[in-house]
Design a protein around this ligand. Structure first.
Ligand SMILES: *Cc1c(COP(=O)(O)O)cnc(C)c1O
Length: 426
């Protein structure tokens, strides 16, 4: 063995996986079992007391899921990860460890529409209060921080407009406020951006999108950067205080730089219950093996299509950070030099009606509410994902009535351009 550290593509294929010790199976098997037999009574007791690591019950952990967790942790450069049932489950489990009722977190206003709903509606019923800030105005994050703030949440590449977030500037605000920075890295994936290198303390993903990559499985993951001191000021009692159900151990004191991932598993998954099916973990692992190849093709196709749309007479504007003229191009060059992702928006001169008409005329693009599939996808946010917002909020989150969102797939770009040409022209 050489001392070389494996590169990203090697990790995408190998990290976390070994030939199955019992059968020699080379692909990671699907351990489709609910529970695992203990060696003896002492072994059982030590697993339940967190004195040793091992499998108990698939709600809390599973060997197929464990390979996925190790692989994503390696790709993101974190200390540990936890796979969960969806991207939204990842967000709930993270916040459960950080917030007590009455606490606050600051979130960028430009987010996936489902996250805006989850934060402003469902989280309110847990007593967790979101305070919105503008990712284009770093000072707005500072102004939003109060003594009850427990976290800051942003997307690296933000839905739906594909804008690029200045993660380092916001991590400086988080550091000053003494709270962790959580980055949703779904649209970038670690192939394009590694938020931990820029100061993120926690990374979350919807595995449903580019990581799984084939539009066949819902999943989520939480990555612990191992960078945050959970015990310094008593703000995070889930991590710093004795846990009665685990013989009074303190998770941070016991597990150090992967305590957050442990808390998400032994408190979050255990009690909230959003476990990922091992079958989905298998499909997502298979997807991740080709992540670097797919992501580059997604980005190259997206750039070609953004350029085509910029020159089309029916198009009012294109918002793609990979275009030299875009307002986020400087940030894209800094944070995402291999490409600016594959999800972006453009606006039509014909407004709302033109948006509705376009989605009905496209044939190769699928009209649906998802991103990050091998297939190219289209949606008109104002009549679908963002329809619950009032007009001003739609515009603020980049989903005005004339806006169409594309998620560019890995087909031949000439075919995608021909489909757009016929739908725009007709
Ligand atoms: C889809 C998505 C989510 C939610 O993930 P699910 O797997 O659908 O629960 C969160 N953030 C972003 C950026 C997403 O695209």
């Amino acid at each position: 063995m050489s001392d070389r550290l494996p590169g990203f593509s090697t990790l995408a294929v190998h990290a976390g996986a070994q030939p199955d010790p019992t059968t020699g199976a080379r692909a990671t098997p699907i351990y489709q079992t609910t529970s695992f037999v203990f060696n003896d009574a002492d072994h059982a007791a030590s697993l339940f007391g967190l004195q040793s690591f091992g499998n108990i019950y698939t709600r809390i952990g599973n060997p197929t899921n464990a390979v996925l967790e190790e692989r994503v942790a390696a790709l993101e450069g974190g200390t540990a990860a936890l796979a969960v049932a969806s991207g939204h489950a990842a967000q709930v489990v993270v916040m459960q460890q950080l917030l007590q009722p009455g606490d606050e977190f600051v979130a960028a206003r430009k987010l996936y529409g489902g996250s805006i709903n989850q934060f402003s509606q469902s989280f309110k019923s847990f007593g967790w209060n979101v305070v919105w800030a503008d990712p284009d105005d770093i000072a707005s994050f500072e102004r939003a921080v109060t003594p009850r703030t427990k976290a800051i949440f942003v997307e690296s590449i933000a839905n739906p407009g594909g804008s690029i977030t200045d993660i380092e500037a916001i991590s400086t605000v988080a550091r000053k406020a003494g709270v962790p920075l959580i980055v949703d890295n779904t649209l970038a994936t670690p192939y394009l951006i590694k938020p931990i290198d820029h100061g993120a303390d926690i990374v979350v993903h919807s595995l449903t999108k580019f990581l799984g990559g084939h539009g066949n499985s819902i999943g989520g993951v939480i990555v612990d950067a191992g960078t945050f001191d959970w015990s310094k000021d008593g703000k995070y009692p889930m991590l710093s205080e004795p846990r009665p159900e685990y013989h009074g151990i303190k998770l941070h004191e016991t597990f150090g730089n992967f305590a957050f991932a442990i808390a998400c598993r032994v408190l979050g998954l255990r009690d909230l219950g959003p476990a990922l099916s091992p079958f989905n973990a298998f499909l997502i692992l298979t997807g991740i093996e080709t992540l670097p190849l797919r992501m580059q093709k997604h980005c190259d196709n997206a750039k070609a299509i953004a350029e085509f749309l910029s020159g089309h007479s029916a198009v009012a504007s294109v918002s793609y950070a990979g275009l030299a003229s875009d307002k986020y191009n400087q940030l894209a060059r800094k944070y995402s030099p291999k490409g600016a992702g594959a999800v972006f928006t453009f606006s039509l001169k014909g407004g709302y009606d033109a948006g509705v008409s376009l989605v009905s005329k496209l044939t190769l693009f699928s009209h649906l509410a998802n991103v990050g599939d091998t297939r190219s996808l289209v949606i008109h946010p104002a009549s679908t994902t963002h329809s619950q917002l009032d007009d001003a909020a739609k515009v603020r989150s980049g989903a005005g009535p004339d806006v169409v969102r594309l998620s560019i797939g890995i087909e031949d770009k000439e075919d995608l351009i021909a489909d757009l040409e016929q739908a725009l022209g007709a």
